[in-house]
Design a binder for this molecule. Structure first.
Ligand code: MN
Length: 216
C-alpha cells in the first residue's frame, strides 16, 4: 500500500519548447520520484498512517507524529504538489481560460492579463524554492499566494486549485536564473480543462474532506 509515482500523462518532450525534455525527465523521475520514496520511508515508522492519502497526511500536519512530521510535510507535500503539476499542464495547452475558472478570474482580478501579472509576481518574489498558487478559500472565493519549499495551501485550510513550481529544478536548465521568463512562458502549457475540474471540486465543497486525486 505504498505511495506510488504516477506516470507522466504525456511524453517527456511533449511540453517543448516551453519545458525541455531533460528538465521534465529529471523533474518527474528523480525529483518527484525521491519525494515518493522518502515519504514511504518515513511512513514505515508509523504503519497506522498507511491508509491515509497524501492529501490527508498534509491536511493536518499537527496530527502527524513529531519524528516524521518534517519528512511528511516536505515529501508528502512534494508528492501532492507534483501529482497536480503534471496534470495541470498539457501539450498544446495555454490560451485564455475557459468555463467557470475564467469567470472566477475575471470576477476576482478583473481580467486574465492582470491575474497572470499578479500570479507571476507571486512566483518571482517567492525567495528561494517554492510554489505560486491560485487557492480556494473556505468562503468560496479565490486568492493568489505563494508557499515556501513543498508546502501546499491545503495545510492552511485552503484548496490548491493550481500552482506553478518555482524551484530551480523546474526551469534552470533552459531558463537559467531567469525565473520571470519561465513564469511568463509557462502559461503556454496550462491545461484549463484540468484546472476547471479542480475548481469544480473546490466549489462542490470537496476540498475540505476529499483527496484531489484518486490514486494514492
Ligand atoms: Mn518540482
Amino acid at each position: 500500500m505504498a505511495h506510488e509515482l504516477p506516470p507522466l500523462p504525456y511524453a517527456y518532450e511533449a511540453l517543448e519548447p516551453t519545458i525541455d525534455k531533460q528538465t521534465m525527465t529529471l523533474h518527474h523521475d528523480m525529483h518527484h520520484g525521491a519525494y515518493v520514496k522518502n515519504l514511504n520511508a518515513a511512513l514505515e515508522k508509523h504503519p497506522e498512517l498507511a491508509g491515509k492519502s497524501a492529501e490527508d497526511l498534509i491536511r493536518d500536519l499537527n496530527a502527524i507524529p513529531e519524528d516524521i512530521r518534517a519528512a511528511v510535510r516536505n515529501n508528502g507535500g512534494g508528492h501532492v504538489n507534483h501529482s497536480m503539476f503534471w496534470k495541470i499542464m498539457k501539450p498544446k495547452g495555454g490560451g485564455d481560460p475557459t468555463g467557470p475558472i475564467a469567470e472566477a478570474i475575471q470576477k476576482t482580478f478583473g481580467n486574465f492579463n492582470d491575474f497572470k501579472t499578479k500570479f507571476n509576481d507571486a512566483g518571482a518574489k517567492q525567495f528561494g524554492s517554492g510554489w505560486a498558487w491560485l487557492a480556494g478559500k473556505p468562503n468560496g472565493e479565490v486568492q493568489i499566494m505563494s508557499t515556501p519549499n513543498q508546502d501546499n495551501p491545503i495545510s492552511q485550510g485552503l484548496y490548491p486549485i493550481f500552482g506553478n513550481d518555482v524551484w530551480e529544478h523546474a526551469y534552470y536548465l533552459k531558463y537559467n536564473n531567469r525565473r520571470p521568463e519561465y513564469l511568463t512562458a509557462w502559461w503556454n502549457v496550462v491545461n484549463w480543462d484540468e484546472i476547471n475540474r479542480r475548481y469544480a471540486a473546490f466549489k462542490a465543497g470537496k476540498g475540505a474532506h476529499e483527496p484531489a486525486m484518486a490514486h494514492r
